[in-house]
Design a protein around this ligand. Structure first.
Ligand code: DX5
Ligand code: ZN
Length: 217
């Protein structure tokens, strides 16, 4: 599976989000990661469906990887799908009907994803692996950009990749949080193919070289 770099809009310029997305699109990258926070599941706030709609209206045609850090994601998937999300991922931790929500995301015409926090065991997401397009393993406690990479998550990446092989599944395996060229390389060695990078991408002195390095890992 070819590596994908998904720069995180959270690390972009919040007064000029369209311009930050345009930087990614003009580099010829395919994906943009969009973090949605509710101030409840995570102690921070970020964007809403209108942000996604406005990106689309402003000519952003990137694959929008929308990461819902919400206590009640099932209430918002339709709004994000209508706004132009390409993929919608939901966390396993809130007690909601995950199977139904994942099904509904696909019925709305989007790809779906399941997300687990650093402290959540792989066993929690196992029942859903055959129903998802993407598994996102958080490599920080979600809520804020710029946190240090959690190396203790590496064994879980290997575990998810092994399950993928054993079951002949083809979901993408994505990491998010503290990703830079060094941590991305460690994750690649554990089977990761999709890399969210906020701070390290937007602050890279040469973003093209950064993207090329991820592609070649
Ligand atoms: C963290 C978010 C991340 C964040 C990553 O809660 O889910 O997507 O943007 O930022 P960096 O790459 O700076 O750790
Ligand atoms: Zn994210």
């Amino acid at each position: 599976m070819a590596n994908i770099l998904a720069p995180s809009l959270l690390a972009g310029d919040h007064a000029a989000l369209g311009a930050s997305a345009r930087v990614v699109q003009d580099l010829g990258l395919a994906w943009l990661h969009v973090d949605i926070m509710d101030g409840h599941f995570v102690p921070n706030l970020s964007f809403g469906p209108e942000t996604v709609a406005a990106l689309r209206r402003n000519g952003i045609s990137l694959f929008l990887d929308v990461h819902l850090m919400l206590s009640e994601p099932q209430r918002y998937i339709e709004a994000f799908a209508k706004a132009g999300a390409s993929l919608i991922s939901i966390h396993i931790e809130p007690a909601i009907d995950h199977a139904d929500t994942l099904r509904r995301i696909r019925a709305l015409g989007c790809q779906n994803g399941i997300v687990l926090n650093p402290g959540t065991p792989v066993s929690a997401i196992e029942p859903y692996l055959d129903q998802v397009d993407l598994v996102l393993a958080m490599t920080v406690q979600p809520g804020f950009g710029g946190q240090p990479f959690r190396r203790d998550v590496l064994p879980k990446l290997t575990e998810i990749d092994a399950l993928r092989r054993q079951r002949g599944l083809s979901f993408r395996l994505e990491v998010d949080g503290g990703i830079d060229l060094a941590s991305a390389r460690e994750c690649r060695a554990c089977g990761v193919d999709t890399f969210v990078a906020g701070t390290s991408f937007f602050r890279a002195p040469d973003r093209r070289a950064y993207a090329d390095t991820i592609a070649a890992l």
